[in-house]
Write a protein that binds this ligand. Structure first.
Ligand code: ZN
Length: 468
């Protein structure tokens, strides 16, 4: 109960959107093209394409860790699905990257109170080997506390880092409280730690570990690095508070090899004027290997694809819509970087990505440039009937499209409700049943309106002469 009250407080206090809304309401009213409104409302009522994609991918492929055979199967599945849906120019753009795979993993308190704890290795963790390692736990409240510690306090020990992440509607805790995972292993390694375990970067109290990527930078030697579940972290803290030295036996077996293959899957709705820059929309195809990657990010690519399909069903847009199912987002944006390398020099009319689960959209941001702010207001007006508040006209984000946005490509960002996202994110619990079909359709409706607006007007397919 207490957690819910605190959540409510967070929601109540995160209302900058409301003040922006009242500012926006001073601007002259924007009339929404009735064809855009009709496409939006039809998607809200009737869309089944997104569910078909997310259900199909999570059932027929399941988990699909980047650069593994499973991700390759996902690409093949994607090519077949996108062709069957009628998209054009469906193809894979391959790239190589280091592959990392998980083996046996367990954690056990040896003393003072012998018991098993639940954990999972972090991406690119070092391996303990099958025999595991045994060491004394040294506790840190935060990554900064670890950074401030002397080498001698850490050397030869198993570092444990705690944190205090709380749920937030905009998911902003992840940036701040993700530091133990992102930076902890490198800092611990440089101070001579035997291994590191962190409190999972998550907001639930289920016994599910949250994995996620980390890199050993600055020449740090890879050490075993894992995430304990939140309840197990709290258990460990209670044991530590008894004041006796705590010894853990840790087994985290994993393998890494270079030069494995991943790739982006690309498909298009061809525009009436092929000389115009395309509108890019996407999500990421790879997932972590614990669940089936339903909310992260089968849902996102399903939403983007469904919206593009609905435009295609209605006719031909002026501009080409390019769908990208990015490979290997989780292990380090390899797909986004490869796309940028291949296509970054080509003009793009706009880029947008859905990668924050399947919760309802509550805010629209855009960064289309000063000259196109009216288009940003048009998006705000088109989305308002879905309960989506106007956000910034000078902000857009998305992990795989970040290289494009950084290079100045105009962008649109639809903010989804993240209150519960980090309960499930990167856990074995990221499965299809977490997706609410009604909220999924609200997402498709919003993206359909966005694509209908950005693609510059849809005209019915010219009737072809009937053949005998
Ligand atoms: Zn994701």
């Amino acid at each position: 109960m207490n957690r819910h009250i605190i959540t409510a407080f967070f929601l109540a206090s995160s209302t900058p959107a409301l003040s922006q809304q009242s500012t926006a309401s001073l601007a002259p009213p924007v009339l929404v093209d009735p064809r855009v409104a009709a496409l939006r409302d039809n998607a809200l009522e009737n869309d089944h394409y997104a569910w078909d994609v997310v259900e199909g991918l999570t059932t027929e492929v399941g988990q699909r860790l980047a650069a593994t055979d499973a991700e390759a199967r996902a690409r093949e599945w994607g090519v077949a699905k996108l062709k069957a849906m009628g998209f054009s120019n469906v193809h894979i753009e391959p790239f190589t990257m280091p592959v990392w795979t998980r083996g046996a993993e367990s954690a056990e308190i040896i003393s003072p109170f012998p018991q098993k704890l639940a954990l999972a290795a972090l991406g690119y963790s070092g391996s303990t080997g099958p025999a595991g390692v045994t060491g004394e736990i040294v506790y840190f409240d935060s990554v900064d506390a670890l950074r401030a510690a002397s080498d001698s306090a850490v050397k030869g020990k198993i570092v444990f880092i705690d944190h205090h992440m709380m749920p937030a509607q905009d998911g902003s805790g992840y940036g701040q409280f993700g530091a133990p995972r992102r930076q902890g292993p490198t800092i611990a390694s440089k101070k001579g730690a035997l291994a590191i375990v962190i409190r999972s970067i998550g907001t639930d109290h289920h016994r599910n570990p949250h994995t996620g990527v980390q890199y050993f930078t600055d020449g740090a030697t890879p050490i075993p690095a894992g995430a304990l579940t939140v309840p197990d972290s709290e258990q460990l803290i209670r044991i530590l508070k008894r004041g006796k030295p705590v010894t853990m036996h840790l087994t985290l077996v994993s393998q890494r090899s270079e030069g494995a293959q991943s790739g982006n899957v690309i498909a298009e709705v061809p525009g009436r004027d092929p000389s115009l820059p395309p509108v890019l929309v996407g999500g990421h195809l790879d997932s972590w290997d614990l669940g089936t990657g339903a909310i992260d990010d089968a849902a996102g690519l399903a939403i983007a694809t469904a919206a593009a399909k609905r435009i295609m069903d209605a006719g031909r847009p002026l501009r080409t819509i390019r769908i990208v199912w990015f490979g290997s987002e989780e292990l380090g944006l390899f797909g986004g970087l490869d796309y940028q390398k291949r296509h970054g020099a080509e003009p793009h009319y706009a880029a947008a990505e859905s990668d924050f689960g399947a919760g309802r959209i509550w805010k629209v941001n855009s960064k289309l440039g000063k000259a196109r702010e009216a288009e940003g207001r048009m998006l705000q007006a088109a989305l308002a009937p879905l309960g989506i508040v106007p956000g910034s006209l000078d902000d857009a984000d998305g992990s795989d499209i970040e290289p494009l946005l950084n290079a100045g490509v105009p962008g649109v960002g639809l903010s989804q409700d993240g209150t519960y996202y980090f309960d499930v994110h990167h856990t074995p619990d990221d499965t299809l049943d977490k997706i609410d079909p009604v909220q999924l359709r609200q997402n498709v409706a919003a993206w359909t309106a966005v694509l209908a607006t950005l693609s510059g007007g849809i005209e019915p397919e010219p009737k072809r002469p009937r053949r005998r």
